[in-house]
Design a protein around this ligand. Structure first.
Ligand code: SAH
Length: 547
């Protein structure tokens, strides 16, 4: 039987003009085209009588399996990916499926990977020339890669001064990754670092935004955006983002005749930064640099200053010719982020506290009001302890944000129904800020009216005549929002504390990374001895206000 063929095609950014001739041919000569719906639409004009296997976004594995199956039946199958199929595309996956089946290149179906223009290149071309030099691609999608690994790569790339192209920066469900990425990058790069945001390059809704590392989150970033972060030499000129090639070290660009003649340019003296310039002692230099890097963690001197320092040493030794430009170093500042409220039950912020917040935020910081009755303060500072001391002194309650436990209490009818406030405060002391797989809100309402919506939170607690009702697994937002399940009624204060602690402990220990509490409850079926139930009946009989 005729051996089939797999043509794994990268069709570039999305415009016909940027599709290679071989890619066109491959699509034309195929009998079957396998691809994600939107991609099939993009190459529609090339199709004649090919059979189309369309599947949704998340079914990449079944697409690869189907492509292999069809090729094994002797057909020519084109598997299409946007950009380059070898960059977060289908190429690796198809090979993995083949290998799983014991495929061998000589005897199995033929495979041809056809290169395409990847987003790093198409997006760069629209911004000017931001890549130019050593660069890397990092995908912020943590569906298949642990966030810890991604964070390490961001940090490594940031510290080594790579230009960085961020793929998959944000989606409807993954919104925090880009915020965290900015935080890591700001530890190594100045907030003024040029950043380019390109959405749908060479497609109908193309959008290009030039911004900075400090400001990039104030612009739209989505599934179709590639974020290009400049290195320490990248600059902006007339709306273009440019990373120099480094010629100015050896050439005077404004002159037609060069002081350094061609034969002089490659001499060691003209390249004091090269490995050869260190001769025999090069190994020693590298070792010293490593030690200095380790020390840096303690002394918190950034690596960019290390390069600067090394250059100064060389200059002092007369090893660097005069006129060679060094990179100006601006010490980057970290952004400190904290949730601020007047108290667990108290919802009244005093004018003095507001003035203090405004003063601390200053021109560079910001104060954001969230749907969870919280003020988030973000300030650039290297001394967060000084900031927290001032805020605490003014009587403000601070809570860390991110994947931690947060207590959301009501105002206890302005304190009039305040019997359970001490317990709410105790709960906050014990659990507030505790690290969990995904942010976890505990709603605490001081009477059965529960007007602050405790019963729709992931964990809800309602105080009623000296005892407590406990609710688990609510989902407050989304189309499939639902109240929590009432799991216990009329329990004592001591029992409540113990039970809630047990629930949170089990979630912290057994929850998958990024798994919300309601999903966790559904998956494990039982938490702290309470069985999960799918039924969502009206939770409680109507009660008169304040009962
Ligand atoms: N194989 C593709 C990448 C697929 S991952 C390539 O080589 O380009 C999907 C991510 O690629 C998107 O989240 C976005 O960051 C980037 N991307 C792909 N096409 C793009 C385009 N036309 N414009 C901007 N970004 C794009």
């Amino acid at each position: 039987m005729n051996k089939g063929k797999l043509l794994i095609v990268g069709f570039g950014p999305g415009h016909f003009d940027h599709l290679t001739e071989r890619a066109r041919e491959a699509i034309r000569e195929s009998e079957v085209v396998v691809g994600y719906n939107t991609y099939v639409d993009i190459i529609r004009d090339l199709l004649t009588d090919q059979e189309i296997v369309r599947t949704g976004m998340t079914e990449e594995v079944s697409r690869a399996q189907e492509a292999v199956r069809q090729a094994e039946q002797g057909r020519k199958v084109a598997v299409i990916s946007s950009g380059d199929a070898g960059v977060y595309g289908m190429a690796g996956l198809v090979y993995e499926v083949l290998i799983e089946k014991g495929w061998h290149p000589d005897t199995g179906v033929e495979v041809e990977v056809i290169p395409g223009i990847s987003a790093i290149n198409s997006c760069a071309s629209l911004l000017g020339s931001p890549v130019m030099h050593d660069a890397c691609m990092i995908s912020l999608s943590d569906h298949l890669t642990p966030w810890e690994t991604i964070a390490k790569r961001i940090e490594a790339a940031a510290s080594a001064d790579f230009v960085i192209a961020l793929y998959n920066p944000k989606s409807g469900r993954r919104v925090r990754q880009i915020v965290e990425t900015q935080r890591i990058l700001l530890q190594y790069r100045s907030p003024g670092t040029p950043v380019g945001l390109v959405k749908s390059a060479y497609r109908e809704r193309q959008q290009i935004v030039l911004t900075t590392l400090g400001d990039m989150l104030n612009h739209e970033i989505g599934m179709l955006t590639t974020v290009i972060i400049g290195n320490s030499t990248t600059f902006v000129y007339e709306g273009l983002m440019i990373t120099p090639r480094g010629y100015q070290r050896k050439y005077t660009l404004s002159k037609e005749s060069q002081d350094l003649k061609p034969h002089q340019r490659l001499q060691v003296e003209a390249e004091p930064w090269s490995l050869n310039a260190f001769g025999e002692s090069s190994g020693k230099f590298v070792r010293e640099q490593n030690i200095a890097t380790a020390d840096k963690r303690k002394a918190s001197v950034r690596p960019a200053s290390l390069a600067h320092e090394a250059l100064s040493v060389l200059q002092a030794k007369g090893l660097v010719e005069t006129g060679i430009t060094t990179i100006p170093f601006t010490k980057p500042v970290s952004i400190f982020e904290v949730a601020v409220s007047p108290g667990v039950a108290n919802k009244i912020i005093t004018p003095e506290q507001l003035v203090l917040l405004a003063e601390i935020a200053g021109d560079q910081g910001e104060i954001k009001y969230t749907p969870h009755h919280q003020l988030i303060l973000r300030v650039p500072t290297d001394e967060p302890a000084a900031v927290t001391a001032r805020l605490t002194e003014a009587g403000l309650l601070l809570s860390p944000i991110g994947d931690v436990v947060q207590l959301k209490a009501c105002d206890f009818c302005d304190g009039e129904k305040g019997e359970s406030i001490p317990l709410a405060e105790e709960l906050n002391r014990r659990l507030g800020g505790l690290k969990v797989p995904k942010e976890l809100k505990i709603g605490f309402n001081g009477c059965a009216m529960a007007c602050y919506g405790a019963v729709t939170e992931e964990i809800g607690i309602v105080y009623r005549r000296g005892t407590y009702d406990l609710f688990l697994g609510g989902k407050k937002i989304g189309r499939n929002a639902h109240p929590a399940q009432r799991v216990a009624e009329g329990i004592s204060p001591g029992e409540l504390l113990e039970t809630v602690e047990q629930v949170v402990r089990e979630y912290a220990e057994q929850g998958h990374p990024d798994e919300r509490f309601n999903k966790f409850f559904k998956r494990v079926k039982e938490v702290a001895g309470f069985a999960y139930s799918d039924e969502r009946k009206p939770v409680i009989e109507e009660l008169a206000c304040g009962d």
